[in-house]
Design a protein around this ligand. Structure first.
Ligand code: MG
Length: 463
């Protein structure tokens, strides 16, 4: 995968199937390239609970040490906890070994800058140049880096989260909560934070196991049936599901209904804007129009970005924005740190429940309602750009945003996003509308536009 390419990093770090795309050799070389980029810096290295993670962490640490970088070994740790520590201590950056929401056979590498945010594309290119042009700068035998174990990182992280919510108000409610940490590192901080907030916690999929026996690590509705039924059976107020590195979180209400990422972001946005006027809300173009509706009603301004959590983080930092979000369950709370943080998001939702005294289902019901429909159309990599050009021509005169793919907004509050996937040979379509019929109609209409464009262009390519 990487050998014949000039690119290591995708939209969210380096990812691949272990011992196929991502071998210890590649990870060692990546460690050397990252170490060359950080030039004898001090870095923190952590990993998720995947079977391959300790091995790949050792490879990356060896690579870093060989270039003279010193390493603080954090071991098993959620990504946001690692990012928080890096952002608040005198270190130069860090590396997290995780494939986030991907299945067990995958792993990956997230490289973090000293501000706690992942490297910018410009910085990634420097690492890639060191890697592919074989410009690795190794240290002399007597200047090798050293490793040191890092303890207490989770204590600091949990204490920091609690500073941003009304702990006493939450404690008084004695909430009953079910946590599903996907057999990974979310179980190290989520349940503990909640117990410190006075909650009675039931854990499922809590034992760390890199084969992910409980469920697939992506917190999508089809993987959260167990959490939903446990919430109902124990009579919990809230269900919390993390992905494998606990930066993303999806919530389940007391009736067992799985909320979308848009809904939990909308809820946090609404209550944030009620207390903080005229703030900027940063979110990627794939988020629901609901985010704009709420901003209009409660006096905020939405800043739309390209898709990718790093873009949201960097935009927040540049604009000094305090809140960001992604529809997949990423909440970025700037006063804590401008990166996705599952535990922080959980504390914010509990804070809202405690402040209003309302159930999560009632709070979510009060948000603007949209019906979502999705589609995908096959399209080869070579045709992706040409198809996009054709589509742009076809939708001239409509209210179009071409920040990332094409998003078209209509006067009846419906919208469709048509976008080439960054990882698969497909076009993805997301529609939303005030009725299910309208959103499905948009998927059919624009699905056939994409299909036709692909057909015409591939015939041209052959003839
Ligand atoms: Mg993740």
């Amino acid at each position: 995968m990487f050998v014949n390419s000039s690119r290591l990093f995708g939209t969210n770090g380096i990812r691949g199937i272990v011992n196929k795309d991502l071998t210890p050799h590649i990870v060692l070389q990546t460690g050397m390239a990252v170490g060359t980029f950080f030039a004898r810096g001090s870095l923190v290295v952590g990993h998720d609970a995947r079977t391959s993670s300790p091995l790949l962490a050792s490879a990356v640490i060896a690579g870093l040490n060989s270039t003279g970088c010193n390493v603080f070994v954090a071991g098993l740790m959620p990504t946001p906890a690692l990012q928080f520590w890096i952002g608040h201590h005198e270190v130069d950056g860090g590396v997290m070994i995780t494939a986030s929401h991907n299945p067990a056979e995958y792993n990956g590498i997230k490289v973090i800058w000293k501000d706690g945010i992942e490297l910018s594309r410009e910085q990634e290119i420097k690492v890639e140049r060191a890697y592919f042009d074989n410009q690795l700068v190794l240290a002399r035998w007597n200047r090798l880096g050293v490793t040191r174990e890092l303890k207490g990182l989770d204590d600091e992280y949990i204490a920091a989260i609690k500073k941003h919510v009304n702990v006493q108000a939450i404690k008084k409610k004695r909430y009953r909560i079910v946590v599903d940490a996907a057999n990974s590192v979310g179980s190290l901080v989520g349940p503990r934070l909640l117990r410190e907030l006075g909650c009675q916690v039931t854990e499922i999929n809590s034992k760390m196991d890199g084969s992910f026996p409980g469920r697939l690590p992506e917190p999508r509705p089809e993987n959260l049936g167990g959490l939903s039924s446990t919430v109902k059976s124990v009579g919990a107020d809230l269900g919390v599901a993390f992905d494998s590195d606990a930066d993303r979180v999806i919530f389940v209400d007391e009736k067992g209904r799985i909320a979308s990422g848009d809904e939990s972001f909308g809820l946090i946005e609404k209550h944030f804007l009620m207390e903080n006027h005229d703030e900027k809300i940063v979110t990627s173009i794939s988020s629901s129009t609901m985010i704009e509706d709420i901003a209009e009603e409660y006096g905020g301004k939405v800043v739309w970005t390209k898709i990718g959590s790093i873009t949201v983080s960097k935009t927040m930092k540049k604009l000094k924005a305090k809140l960001g979000g992604e529809e997949y369950g990423g909440i970025f709370f700037g006063p804590h740190q401008p990166v996705r943080d599952g535990a922080m998001a959980t504390a914010l939702v509990l804070g809202i429940m405690a402040k209003t005294g309302q159930s999560l289902s009632k709070l979510l019901n009060e948000l603007p309602n949209y019906f979502i429909a999705k589609g995908r159309i096959a399209c080869s990599e070579q045709l992706k750009n040409k198809v996009l050009e054709q589509l742009v021509e076809q939708v001239k005169g409509l209210k179009v945003n071409t920040l990332d793919g094409i998003k078209i907004c209509f006067d009846d509050k419906s919208a469709i996003l048509v976008r080439p996937s960054g990882t698969e040979p497909v076009y993805r379509l997301y529609a939303e509308a005030k009725t299910a019929r309208r959103s499905e109609q948009l998927i059919r209409e624009y699905g056939s536009k994409v299909r036709n464009a692909v057909k015409i262009l591939s015939t041209r390519a052959i003839s």
